[in-house]
Write a protein that binds this ligand. Structure first.
Ligand SMILES: Cc1cc2nc3c(=O)[nH]c(=O)nc-3n(C[C@H](O)[C@H](O)[C@H](O)COP(=O)(O)OP(=O)(O)OC[C@H]3O[C@@H](n4cnc5c(N)ncnc54)[C@H](O)[C@@H]3O)c2cc1C
Length: 325
């Protein structure tokens, strides 16, 4: 049994923890909750999945489906979906959502696995001692004696954290991300919009989704909008009230909404979705230190979805199992 530290309790870190249960796992996250970008926000009585919206039914990561079934984490729903709203293309689409919001998927996995968990613990430094064991430092604490450290956070942050332990000079082409600003809206009365989700609502809004189809308890009409990556990149530092005003005006004009708005909030995801994956540039499934003790993984290894994140963690876990025999 090895002492393994996992930094980041998103889907990648949870996949690693799930697959390495025979070891002594400690998982660290800077947030107060697991799940990372699979995030469900609650404001008063309003609920919004403002990170990952759904899991595609045709993703090919079998183990993720097994885990969802094993712990009863998801449900398949059938919705009216605009494959391209601007071109008036619509279809019926099956999607997988969490039983109680998307974050209930990582939260339940986290609750069901055996780990030493350290939430609210941002790791700011990693060092190696003379016994070849690693220490992790947060602002106020030191965590000692790890055989392996698996870093499962966005690429640039991983690189910053491990730059003294991994040689990055050979990585010429690096993975990249698109940022996404998201806007959450809630109206007093139902706006009776037939299409429940879709792509290309407007040149600046790449995705929209109704939240009432996910949360039965919502009494108001709640929506999440993703601004397009082009708009987000061009307005990366826009202040939140200007962003909210702009997104709201498009949404209300598109659907002719006259209803009273009850709540509007926004979130700016800097590393939202992988644009160029590490595997597509290098054909590799992780980044490692020379001594094979520190590893970097994340959705950015394989793609841009939460199933890619799970898959990346699963692949790395097979290698760690071989190393630790
Ligand atoms: C707006 C948006 C919409 C999306 N829509 C979809 C969708 O509909 N379907 C889909 O499949 N995917 C979607 N995705 C992508 C999906 O959310 C991600 O691919 C997946 O959640 C990434 O998981 P991860 O574990 O690799 O990274 P993350 O979820 O980012 O997890 C990293 C974790 O590390 C923690 N962390 C960071 N730095 C430190 C540190 N120094 N110390 C300790 N902890 C740290 C963070 O708090 C976080 O919990 C969307 C993403 C966004 C942002």
């Amino acid at each position: 049994m090895k002492n393994i530290a996992i930094i980041g309790a998103g889907m990648t870190g949870l996949s690693l923890a799930y697959n390495l249960q025979e070891h002594n796992i400690s998982i660290f996250d800077k947030s107060w909750r697991p799940g990372g970008r699979v995030s469900t926000r609650k404001h008063d009585n309003y609920l919004f999945d403002h990170g990952a919206h759904y899991l595609s039914t045709n993703h090919s990561v079998n183990q993720l489906n097994e885990v969802i079934t094993k712990y009863n984490l998801g449900q398949i729903i059938d919705i009216d979906f605009a494959t391209d709203y601007l071109k008036n293309k619509k279809t019926r689409k099956k999607i997988i959502i969490g039983q109680n919001g998307m974050n209930s998927i990582p939260k339940s996995i986290f609750d069901n696995i055996k780990v030493n968990s350290y939430l609210n613990s941002k790791i700011i430094k990693i060092s190696k001692n003379s016994n070849d064991l690693f220490s992790l430092f947060s602002e106020n604490e030191v965590f000692k004696d790890f055989d392996y450290v698996l870093i499962c956070i966005p690429y640039l942050q991983s690189k910053e954290l491990s730059k003294d332990l991994i040689d990055f000079t050979k990585i010429v082409n690096e993975p990249t991300y698109d940022p996404i600003h998201t806007v959450m809206l809630s109206y007093k009365d139902n706006n009776n919009i037939n299409v429940k989700a879709g792509l290309n609502l407007h040149k600046d809004i790449s995705f929209f989704m109704n939240q009432n189809i996910k949360f039965n308890e919502l009494s108001h009409d709640c929506w999440v909008l993703n601004m397009s990556s082009e708009y987000t990149n061009n307005n990366i530092n826009i202040n939140k009230s200007d962003l909210e005003k702009y997104a709201r005006s498009i949404f209300e004009k598109t659907f002719g909404i006259k209803n009273e708005i009850r709540l509007i909030k926004s979130h700016r995801w800097l590393y939202a979705q992988t644009k160029v994956s590490y595997n597509s540039i290098s054909k590799k499934n992780w980044i490692n230190s020379k001594d094979n003790k520190i590893f970097l993984s994340g959705d950015w290894i394989l793609g841009k979805s939460l199933s890619d994140a799970w898959n990346a963690g699963e692949k790395l876990s097979h290698y760690i199992k071989i190393l630790s025999i």
